[in-house]
Design a protein. Sequence first.
Length: 109
Amino acid sequence: MDLSIFLFLLAATTLETIGDAIVRVGIAQTAWLPRGALFVAGAAFLFGYGFSLNLAPVEFGRVVGLYIATLFVVWQIVNLVVFGSPPGMQVWFGGALIVAGGLIVTFWR
């Protein structure tokens, strides 16, 4: 697997998780101006996610396992940084299975 493919996946998952986190923060807002601004910002990040994922120089079906594994890891980082919520033991265990499964799906020939 080419490093550029992994960088596309990393960019896409980062944009997706940050966009989702921004929308989640926006939902908690009661004033319409900050809520609307956060929704627009979140939508821009989510558009960037879809756009960057579709620019990847590989068929998505070929890297879907690695994408899911990367998404899990990036989401845990964003969840910790934005919401201050560290993963519990069940998340560590389940995450290890997700990452292992993603690597198997991607690299087992």
